[in-house]
Structures are given as C-alpha cells and as structure tokens.
Design a binder for this molecule. Structure first.
Ligand code: 5GP
Length: 121
C-alpha cells in the first residue's frame, strides 16, 4: 500500500488542517486528539511519510527512530502524566481500528485507565 499524501495527519503536518501544536521538533509533531478518550489524549506522529508502525520501524533511519521515540517521552513529560502514569497505544491494521494511515502513537492519561482492553465489541 502506498502512502496517501492526503490523509488527515499529512494535511495537519502541512498546516492545511489546524491543530494545537503541543510539541514539535525535527522528527515529530504532537497535538491533542480531536475526540479525547481521557483528560490527556495526545497524538504523536513522525514527520516522515510512514503508514504504520511496521512501515516506520522497517524504513525510518536510526536517527528518525530515536528522535521520534524520544519525542514521545518528551511529550508525556510535558503533559505531566509521567508520575500518575499513562498508556501508549498504537493501532495497526483493521482489527485494531487504525483509521488514519499515517503512523501515530496515542498518549492517554489523566485518570485511571482500567485494564488494557475494554469489553469485547
Ligand atoms: P486511530 O484510530 O487511527 O489509531 O486514531 C486516529 C485518531 O485521530 C482518532 O482518535 C481521532 O479522534 C483522531 N483524529 C481524526 N481526525 C483528526 C483531526 O482532524 N484532528 C485531530 N486532532 N485528531 C483527529
């Protein structure tokens, strides 16, 4: 599958769709999820054109990999959820409900999050 240049996060990166830029560096951009599932719900995306975790992990340079994952931690720290705890979620593929085909990590926190998975659908 080819990367879709018109996916929502590509458009956010280009500034065509507005977002609150909570964190940005050479490798990553973080912004609040438009439909928050917890008091803190932030999306962190790499700046490069990667569809999924598998795509990013296979094709990104070592510098991009380190830069992105360090940015995820920096965002969690900045959001002040390190001490109370938080959850990182990465959906991949249809069963997980990955809706946006640009790799992203959800940072969720700010309340007790319960066990890993909710009840089955
Ligand atoms: P996925 O299901 O692909 O892992 O998560 C995509 C996330 O992107 C969803 O939680 C959804 O609420 C969020 N989202 C979709 N469109 C927008 C948008 O235009 N702006 C922001 N900030 N978040 C979005």
């Amino acid at each position: 599958m080819a990367y879709d240049d018109n996916n929502i996060f590509a458009r956010i990166l280009r500034g065509e769709i507005p977002c609150t830029r909570l964190y940005e560096d050479e490798f990553a951009l973080a912004f609040p999820d438009i439909h928050p599932q917890a008091p803190t719900h932030i999306l962190v995306i790499p700046k490069g054109k990667y569809i999924s975790a598998a795509d990013f992990n296979a094709k990104a340079s070592a510098e991009e990999l380190v830069g992105f994952y360090r940015a995820v931690s920096a965002v969690a720290k900045q959001a002040a959820v390190e001490e109370s705890g938080y959850r990182l979620i990465c959906n991949a593929g249809p069963h997980s409900h990955q809706d946006v085909p640009h790799y992203h990590i959800h940072i969720l926190g700010g309340r007790p999050l319960g066990h890993l998975l909710g009840p089955p659908l």
